[in-house]
Design a protein around this ligand. Structure first.
Ligand code: NAP
Length: 280
């Protein structure tokens, strides 16, 4: 088998690379393959048996002011990758998000009707449809609230803030999420893709909390006070609307025999991964 990861310089791609271990994987960062260029994509996936599209315009708030840029990557890029993968006869692993939902019908099964609230969510939903329309075999995986020690994630910022004892940072305490340590999502994707699974899956960790709840649990594990201010979503006045509750139903994943640890177990893994060094 020959595996190609596009958007190979991002957070999830790095963990996927590690989760795939000894397999022959080429991870191509943005500079090596721009998914908005069909010629570059076709050359990159030629001969591949599995293509994982981790490329994305992932700045949720910035997408509100740059919708065309978001669309070029999340929709047009997704279509280029899907067509190239279909032509190569490869399994396409397409990454999507909980933000395709409006947050009013959690826990979300994979067959729930999408209704995105933001430009990012709309472009990601259109990207899903483009991936499915290309005619190849597609493993559509939705993830949410990823974090890791090596990425510029919200959790990394919370960890850094807790360890520097900064006060006054406001963190959302309304929106229900399933924080997911990136290595867990990567392992779930690797498990599904290795077995050639196609179809739609909701990935991540079980249970649910808010980012402030996550911050309190992290502070307790780090042995530091939770020096932030927990606020309702509306107080943050973010540019993009976010769904109030996008917890996933993981039934499809469990039925495929893939483990779904709790978010607290994921957090334990993350804290252990920080070792004695400073959190990032
Ligand atoms: N992180 C989460 O919590 C989360 C939640 C739901 C869904 N997802 C989805 O999971 C996937 C991976 O996300 P991630 O967290 O790993 O995000 P990430 O760290 O932002 O990675 C995305 C990567 O895409 C690259 N990229 C952007 N435009 C590109 C282009 N035109 N061609 C090729 N590469 C391009 C970026 O490179 P540059 O930075 O160099 O442009 C970046 O390395 C995305 O589809 C995202 O929508 C993530």
């Amino acid at each position: 088998m020959s595996w190609v990861i596009l958007g190979g310089g991002g957070l999830l791609a790095g963990h996927l690379r590690r989760a795939l271990g000894d397999l022959p994987v080429r991870a191509l960062p943005h500079a090596a393959c721009d998914v908005t260029r069909p010629d570059a994509v076709a050359a990159a996936v030629r001969g591949a048996t599995v293509v994982i599209n981790c490329a994305g315009f992932t700045a949720v708030d910035r997408a509100e002011s740059e919708p065309d840029a978001a669309r070029r990557v999340n929709v047009d890029g997704a279509a280029h990758v899907a067509h190239a993968a279909a032509r190569a006869g490869a399994l396409l692993v397409h990454l999507s998000t909980d933000f395709v939902f409006d947050g009013r019908a959690a826990p979300y099964r994979t067959d729930a009707a999408p209704h995105p609230l933001s430009t990012y969510g709309r472009t990601k939903r259109a990207g899903e449809l483009a991936a499915l329309a290309a005619g190849g075999r597609v493993l559509l995986v939705r993830v949410q609230a990823l974090y890791a020690a090596d990425g510029h994630t919200f959790a990394s910022r919370i960890a850094a803030m807790l360890q520097s004892n900064a006060n006054g940072v406001r963190i959302d305490d309304s929106r229900l999420i399933q924080p997911t340590w990136a290595p867990i999502a990567a392992h779930q994707i690797a498990t599904l893709a290795r077995t050639g699974s196609a179809g739609a899956f909701h990935l991540g960790c079980a249970g649910g909390t808010t980012w402030a709840g996550f911050g309190r649990a992290l502070a307790a594990r780090l042995g530091v006070p939770p020096t932030f201010t927990a606020v309702p979503t509306a107080a943050l006045a973010a540019l993009a609307r976010r769904p109030a509750d996008c917890r996933f139903d993981h039934a499809a994943l469990l039925a495929a025999g893939v483990a779904v640890p709790s978010w607290e177990e994921g957090l334990d893994g993350y804290v252990a991964s920080l070792g004695g060094g400073a959190a990032r």
